[in-house]
Every structure is written in C-alpha cells, then in structure tokens.
Design a protein around this ligand. Structure first.
Ligand SMILES: Cc1cc2nc3c(=O)[nH]c(=O)nc-3n(C[C@H](O)[C@H](O)[C@H](O)COP(=O)(O)O)c2cc1C
Length: 399
C-alpha cells in the first residue's frame, strides 16, 4: 500500500512515543521508507538508537549539526518526503506549528515543508481540551493539516478521556489513504467481515463457515481506490488486508460496539456473517458431561447491526450495503431483507453447499437496489470486490 513512498516522521516528546517503533515497523512492512526526526524531549521517551535501528535510517535530532547539514540540509530534509507525519503530536508541537515557530529541527522542518502534513495528537485530556490547544487545532485544520485521533480511553497519566494517540495501525492506514490517489480519496468506509463466535461456556462457542475472504477482498479494493477503511473482523480464516484500521472482535455484540465506534463513515459494507442468535444461558465455567443429562441451550437474539445502521436517524452513512447469504429463493429473500433492514443495497449470494461459495474463492452475487435485481456473473471474490468498490466510488462521487 505504501510501496515507494517516503514518510518524514517527526516524533514529539510524549509518553505515546513508546508506540513509535511499532508504527515505523508497520509503515516499513507496507513498503514505506521512514526518515525519523526527533525532538529533544522525545529522546527522553525513546532512544535515537532504537528509532534508527527500526527505521533503518539515521534519526535526525539537531538543527545545528554540521554533519547533517553537509549530508542533507534541513530544508531539503523537509522536502524529501511524500508525507510528513507528526506522532505523537504534543501540545507543544501543535502550538509551535500553529504559530509558525521554528526554534528546533522538528518545528523548522514543519515550517519549511511543502509536503502534506498529518498529525497524531497525544496528550493528557485536560491539555487536549484546553482552549489554547483547541484554538491551535482549529488553526492547523485551517492550514490543511490532517488530524488523526486522538482516541478516547484510559491514559498513561491515569485519567480517562480524549487524548490518547491513535493506534499505529490506524495511523498506517491513514498514511496509506493519504498517499493513495483514487476516486475514494478522502472517503471513510467501514467494512465488517468474517464470522462471529458466540460463547456457550469458556471453551465452546457457536460459529459459522464464513472465511472472511469476501469482506477482506472488498476492504482491499476500497483501499486501492484511495478510501480510508475501518475493517471490523470476526475470527476469520484469511489474513486481514493491509492499509486498513483493523479492529478484531469475536462476538456480535463486540462487532456492534466496534461499528458504532467507527461511525461516522461515508459508506458501510456489512459483509460479516453475524450470528443471529447467541446463547442466553452462557456458562461462566465449563459445562460438565455428567449425571445431569444433556445440557439445554437457550438462545436470545443478537443485535441487528445492519438494521441499526440503516435506520439511524442521525449520521447514517450515505450508502449502506448489506449481504444476504441464502440457500433458496435468493432474489425474493434478499429483496425482502433489503426492505426489512432499510439498507440501500443487498449483495445476495446462494450459499447452498453445492455452490462452494462459502469458504470458496468464487462468488455469484445479485445486487438488489431500489432499481431491482442485477445478476452478476460468477467470478472470483476479488473481482466481485473490485466491481463493488467501483460501484461504491461511482455512487458516492455522484452523491
Ligand atoms: C512523563 C511525561 C510525559 C509527557 N507526556 C506528554 C504527552 O503525552 N503529550 C504532550 O503534549 N506533552 C507531554 N509531556 C510534556 C512534553 O514532554 C513537553 O511539553 C515537551 O516540551 C514537549 O517537547 P516537544 O514538543 O518538542 O517534543 C510529557 C512530559 C513528561 C515529563
């Protein structure tokens, strides 16, 4: 996803700097070259040696360094990259950027660069919510700086709230989206994929045969068209795609929570095979074989994620795509499902065992929309994904 791209990574002096070696590894795994620049404060949290070793490149630290100036002048250093990423972006660095200060190497590069800049703020919740930081944030947005995060959650300082740096995977996905041109550039799309596992007791669960292949292929195709993709997956057989924000879940309820957390999005593709029911009588200890006879499992309904998102009164994605896995009367069942759920499109497929579709490499789908049923020829799941992604791009582009 990032092959051939160079990222100038400016590392600020925040506690989240401990995540930076993992971020560098991820960016490099996806093909990017990373040039690290460290503020003096960041060296208190992660060493230039570690950063340079993981990046495979020198970590630049000082503005007034004759050797560095001879090797690569600071102005040139600010121009070599396809993207400048500031992570963690401290309150201090944000303030310097907003004011145009240039008192050290990092801030000088940020002022001298003609390359797109993305920042990943990370700080204590009070620092983040302080009017000064919010003012600086507004200025930076106005200057065209892309902001990723911060996330909400427990913080290293012991407080809770917004201020936690976005996870390395989300940052790598944001870089991939920023550096990929295509009709979905600037669009955020949610894809769910794979099965869910519904526990019976701590060792047993109810699952289904979804491999996650189709959802994964769709996410990959959307990334290829430049979308920022949040990929929420149950325990799938296939490896997740690169260049997405990956959220792993197990149960339908976890998937619902992850979907809610990912909103707002421009489009949602709900390809996961979510269990309709879960065991209401989940046991907290392993159910024993014994004299009590056979266990009786009682079921209760799982949340209907597709219907919930389709019927949102506020902030509904512009396009909601569901899947219908049917074993008979595919078009009629899927048409009824589209009306019942309130989604825009249903991709229906016949998953009878003789079709070999569930868990296989091919798919034969019918696209049900308000215009009726459109039968697509049987083709590879990658081809279905490409065709769907192109259709999504066309529809969002027109909207
Ligand atoms: C233990 C510790 C943790 C810190 N964590 C953060 C942080 O997460 N975010 C932040 O904005 N500042 C944090 N600071 C304060 C910055 O290190 C300080 O503002 C520094 O001047 C930032 O320099 P820089 O922006 O040049 O990297 C922390 C300071 C200490 C001592």
């Amino acid at each position: 996803m990032l092959a051939g791209k160079r990222i100038l990574l400016i590392i600020g002096g925040g506690i989240a700097a401990f995540k930076i070696p993992a971020l560098i590894r991820l960016l490099r795994q996806q093909g990017a070259a990373v040039t690290p620049v460290m503020t003096a404060a960041s060296e208190q949290f992660v060493t230039p040696l570690t950063v340079a070793a993981v990046a495979g490149e020198k970590a630049y630290t000082a503005l007034f360094d004759l050797t560095d100036e001879a090797e690569m002048g600071h102005i040139q250093l600010s121009r070599v990259a396809d993207l400048v990423l500031v992570a963690p972006a401290t309150a201090d660095l944000m303030a310097k950027m907003a004011q145009g200060l240039a008192g050290d190497l990092a801030s000088t590069l940020l002022l001298a660069t003609d390359t797109p800049v993305m920042i990943a703020p990370a700080m204590n919740v009070r620092m983040w919510l302080h009017p000064a930081t919010q003012r600086n944030l507004a200025l930076l947005k106005g200057d065209g700086v892309q902001i990723v995060g911060p996330d909400e959650g427990d913080m290293a300082c012991g407080e809770y709230g917004p201020g936690r740096m976005a996870e390395p995977e989300e940052l790598a996905a944001a870089c991939a989206a920023a550096l990929t041109d295509g009709p979905l550039k600037g669009r955020r799309v949610l894809v769910t994929s794979g099965p869910t596992h519904e526990p019976i007791d701590p060792v047993r669960y109810i699952a289904n045969r979804s491999s996650g292949a189709q959802g994964t292929a769709i996410a990959r195709a959307l990334v290829g068209l430049g979308a920022e993709v949040v990929f929420v997956t149950g325990p799938a057989d296939v490896l997740p795609p690169e260049g997405v924000t990956l959220v792993r879940v197990e149960t339908a309820r976890q998937m619902r929570d992850a979907v809610q957390a990912a909103l707002p999005v421009d489009a949602g593709v709900f390809a996961a095979a979510v269990a309709d029911w879960r065991v209401a009588t989940e046991s907290s200890s392993k159910i024993k074989k014994g004299a009590g006879g056979l266990p009786v499992l009682e079921f209760t309904e799982n949340p209907d994620i597709l219907a919930e998102v389709s019927q949102m009164s506020d902030g509904r994605p512009a396009l909601v795509v569901g899947f219908a896995a049917e074993t008979d009367d595919v078009v009629n069942h899927a048409t009824a499902k589209r009306a019942r759920k309130g989604c825009d499109w249903i991709l229906a497929n016949d998953v009878s065992p003789e079709t070999g579709i569930m868990g296989g490499s091919e798919n034969a789908v019918v696209l049900i929309s308000e215009d009726g049923a459109e039968v697509w020829p049987r083709m590879g799941k990658d081809d279905v994904a490409q065709r769907l992604a192109a259709r999504i791009a066309e529809t969002l582009g027109a909207g």
